[in-house]
Design a protein around this ligand. Structure first.
Ligand SMILES: *[C@@H]1O[C@H](CO)[C@@H](O)[C@H](O)[C@H]1NC(C)=O
Ligand SMILES: *[C@@H]1O[C@H](CO)[C@@H](O)[C@H](O)[C@H]1NC(C)=O
Length: 440
């Protein structure tokens, strides 16, 4: 706490000097410190420093972000070192006890407790986050996307360990705008329950008093590539359009919707029964479970009777999350949707929702057959779990979020990315608030 008191004192002195001599009130931002609000000028203390970092601080993030081969190599060696792997583990109970004192927890973890700009405050976002384990990943993701004017629904899997549930409950109870989904599911991979978990959060978010503009769904292993301000600016530029993968379904995937599936021993299995045609002869399109959609799209999902019929039809298919949102996105009349014609198809690389490196699309640098360079981390279910060496590639993209990150595998990738984003958010803040007319 001492450093914080010191900062407040310094800041107040600076404030007095500036207000007294220049009257530049626009430079002031309001920070709620818990015991009344204090105006401070200096937000350097919100930067993530090496002192806040764990063992990851041993690496050189600026060199890694520049693609320095030696720095990436050193980071890679660190991530496979036994002691390092052990030292980055944080038990769930740690979060449960740390978050007992919310004020201290938020300060220590440097959560942003004020909107950084009016532009962001005027454009609130709704997030649905589906988690079942890896509390450290979840908390770092939450911290990276948290803003006090947004709203967050967290769906914790019914099957989650007790320690995971209590850690996430403790963390989320520290924030008035983060809540746990009212209804929870036991999520089975590739089954309807995955969609239902998002639907539960969609209903809760839509029913909240915050009139958010866009909805973004995430899982615990996603991480943003953009600051909240950058996300807001990108979304405003969409002018109401949604951004998600939605394209012609490949022949190989068609069996997912041509057959009836049932959960057997925790996995969806074909029953042998053929599925009837989709309602209204809707063209079923292929896409991702992860979407960026406007409020009207969510209203339609919850209220449009055609979609209720489609939902009932989709419940016994394989991986409905990977066609339902994509199909709704091409239904005429849905806010922000695209016309069903093939010319309006959108691939995952063209959408903004999620950047994923699929193993079978990777290839050597410069290969025309490959969609992207090789994964610098490891693979999980054919998807790249990013290593520090993937960061320069990730940051070249326009996507708002990328998948997958895993602090158990490469905490340095997360560390360098979170540091970069916070630094960017604070430096953009300087340029906003230095603008003398931008007083609020
Ligand atoms: C980290 O890398 C940057 C850029 O390559 C370099 O300028 C800096 O000196 C390095 N820092 C340390 C502590 O090695
Ligand atoms: C919305 O909230 C109200 C008041 O809390 C509740 O009565 C209603 O059932 C909710 N609706 C939905 C769709 O969750």
């Amino acid at each position: 706490m001492q450093w914080f008191r010191k900062c407040r004192l310094q800041c107040l002195v600076k404030l007095t000097v500036i207000v007294g001599s220049l009257g530049l009130l626009s430079l002031i931002i309001k920070v709620n410190t818990g015991n009344g609000s204090t105006h401070i000028l200096n937000y350097d203390w919100l930067e993530y420093t090496d002192a806040d970092g764990g063992p990851e601080r041993a690496c050189n993030c600026s060199a890694i972000l520049q693609g320095d081969e030696e720095a990436v190599r050193q980071a890679k060696i660190l991530t496979i070192t036994k002691e390092f792997r052990k030292s980055i583990q944080i038990p769930d109970d740690f979060y449960t006890s740390e978050a007992q004192d919310c004020r201290r927890f938020k300060l220590k973890r440097k959560y942003l407790t004020m909107p950084l700009s009016k532009e962001e405050e005027d454009f609130p976002l709704a997030f649905s986050i589906i988690v079942h384990h890896k509390v450290q990943n979840f908390e770092r993701l939450l911290r990276a996307i948290y803003a006090p004017h947004n709203i967050y629904c967290i769906h914790v899997d019914q099957k989650s360990a007790v320690s995971v549930v209590s850690a996430i409950k403790a963390i989320t109870s520290c924030f008035p705008n983060i809540f746990l989904a009212k209804r929870t599911e036991s999520v089975t991979y590739a089954s309807w329950s995955r969609v239902q978990a998002d639907l539960n959060c969609m209903a809760d978010l839509y029913n909240s008093s915050i009139k958010w503009k866009y909805f973004i769904n995430l899982c615990g292993q996603d991480f943003p590539l953009k600051t909240n301000l950058e996300i807001v600016r990108m979304l405003r530029s969409f002018k109401g359009e949604n951004s998600l993968e939605s394209e012609k379904m490949s022949e190989g995937k068609k069996e997912r919707v041509n057959n009836v599936f049932k959960i057997v021993d925790g996995h969806p299995k074909k029953t042998g029964e053929k599925k009837e045609k989709p309602p209204f002869d809707l063209p079923i399109l292929s896409g991702s479970a992860y979407i960026v959609v406007n409020r009207g799209y969510i209203r339609s999902v919850l209220e449009d009777s055609r979609i209720q019929t489609l939902i009932e039809w989709a419940k016994d298919t394989y991986s409905p999350d990977e066609f339902l949102w994509a199909t709704i996105q091409r239904m005429p009349g849905i806010p922000g949707s695209r016309w069903p014609h093939v010319k309006h198809d959108m691939t995952d690389l063209n959408s903004h929702a999620r950047l994923v490196k699929w193993q079978w699309h990777e290839g050597p640098q410069g290969s025309l057959e490959a969609a992207y360079p090789k994964c610098e981390g490891t693979h999980n279910r054919g998807i790249c779990v990013y290593g520090a060496g993937d960061l320069p590639w990730l940051l070249e993209h326009h996507h708002l979020f990328a998948n997958k990150f895993d602090t158990d595998f490469d905490a340095i990738a997360v560390y360098c990315l979170e540091k970069y984003l916070r630094q960017k958010a604070l430096s953009d803040l300087q340029s906003i608030t230095l603008f003398p007319l931008k007083m609020w």
